[in-house]
Design a protein around this ligand. Structure first.
Ligand SMILES: NC(=O)c1ccc[n+]([C@@H]2O[C@H](COP(=O)([O-])OP(=O)(O)OC[C@H]3O[C@@H](n4cnc5c(N)ncnc54)[C@H](OP(=O)(O)O)[C@@H]3O)[C@@H](O)[C@H]2O)c1
Length: 353
């Protein structure tokens, strides 16, 4: 087999890492490619699920003795601690790998230190290959580990005139089946799905990740979280159907903000504590407005349907904006057609001061 460059191996490792997206929390996604001394690929691996073998271990098992004198190309600094599995730094040293190339250092104080351990054992360590790309592939985990609360994606559906429901309150099926299938795939990549009690009372959503054609549930279900200050979620609400774990987060349990409603910062801190690294905020406009006003949204995914309603609630309410100068500026990072609808992905620009 022809030899590959370290850069090419890292590109492949990042691609492998992405296969674990949605299944590894509270761990990161990680990919690893092992090259022998001649630069030939002798092992590949990715972290497939929390508690499962780490990417390096899978690649080392494939490579066997061919790892000796070779290079391990990893998307994240190899761990240096014994958790559910042993330290990868030690496994790489034991296998006789002579060089380790890392895209991103591990921000987790519990697991970091792998690079130092490798260096101390005489292994050459290089940092910084395809760092931006590897960061982007692990953005939710890295962001949540660095600041201690989950990466929040606000997803909404609206008509071209920005309505999230009709004047009579009906809002189901604003967007097409293709868009709804896309949303279910998005749910499969996060650890929690959040909705306000207003949405539960109006739409009674299930908030599960499932195949829309036959209704079968995805193997891994995000935690369903209803943000419900005073516990108004009905006993027979679908979110209580047992199809997935559900947490009715009340002000009594989480703590209340100055307005008496659930304290959102405390809510996110508690979700992080429960292992949630990526959360999908699914509504509705009041809760989304409160999250945006607090600067707690990291990414926006809007599904815009080719429909006009002319009346009915807006997709967003009370985001703390009263004048155009205070508008929340966004950077659009992707526009994709999903069936007849548009999916627009945007990042809120950081505000000054
Ligand atoms: N098109 C879409 O993408 C979409 C998505 C979802 C919903 N919807 C539509 O939105 C409508 C419901 O709107 P909504 O605004 O009432 O629903 P919502 O945003 O889901 O729920 C709002 C409720 O969340 C509770 N809450 C708890 N803590 C809060 C906090 N810190 N900040 C803000 N709210 C907090 C409040 O009730 P308590 O104070 O009692 O807790 C509040 O009334 C429905 O018509 C639904 O169909 C549309």
């Amino acid at each position: 087999m022809a030899s590959v460059s370290v850069d090419e191996a890292m590109r492949r490792a990042i691609e492998l890492a992405g296969r674990g997206l949605g299944a590894t929390s509270p761990n990161p996604v990680v990919g690893c490619v092992l090259l022998d001394a001649d630069g030939e690929v002798v092992g590949e691996g990715f972290h497939a699920y929390a508690g499962g073998p780490h990417a390096e271990i899978v690649a080392l098992a494939q490579a066997g003795t061919r790892a000796r004198g070779g290079t391990a190309v990893v998307t994240l600094e190899p761990c240096d601690h014994t958790g559910r599995t042993g330290p990868c730094s030690h496994a790489l040293i034991a296998a006789g790998v002579s060089r380790v190339v890392i895209a991103v250092p591990d921000p987790n104080p519990v697991a970091s230190g792998g690079a130092a351990t490798l260096r101390a054992a005489g292994v050459q360590v290089a940092l910084g290959v395809r760092t931006q790309e590897a960061e982007a592939g692990n953005v939710a985990w890295l962001t949540s580990m660095r600041r201690g609360w989950p990466y929040v994606i606000w997803k909404y559906a609206a008509t071209l005139d920005g309505r999230s429901a009709a004047a009579d309150g009906t809002s189901m099926w604003i967007t097409s089946e293709a868009a709804r299938i896309d949303v279910h795939a998005l749910r499969g990549t996060v650890d929690a799905v959040l909705a306000g009690v207003g949405t539960v009372l109006t739409d009674d959503p299930r908030l599960t990740a499932r195949n829309l054609r036959d209704g079968t549930l995805a193997i891994r279900q995000p935690l369903r979280v209803v943000v419900d200050s005073s516990g108004r979620t009905p006993a027979d609400a679908r979110v209580r159907d047992g199809a997935a774990r559900t947490w009715i987060a009340t002000a009594a349990e989480v703590g209340a903000g100055p307005d008496g409603r659930v304290d959102l910062a405390a809510l996110l801190a508690e979700l992080h504590h429960r292992g949630v690294r990526a959360a999908l905020l699914e509504g509705g406009p009041t809760l989304a407005g409160a999250f945006l006003a607090a600067g707690m949204v990291d990414r926006i995914v809007g599904y815009v349907a080719p429909k006009l309603l002319g009346a009915g609630p807006a997709a967003l309410l009370g985001a703390g904006v009263s004048t155009i100068a205070d508008a929340i500026d966004l950077e659009i990072t992707d526009v994709t057609r999903v069936g007849p609808d548009l999916r627009i992905t945007a990042l809120p620009r950081k505000r000054e001061g």
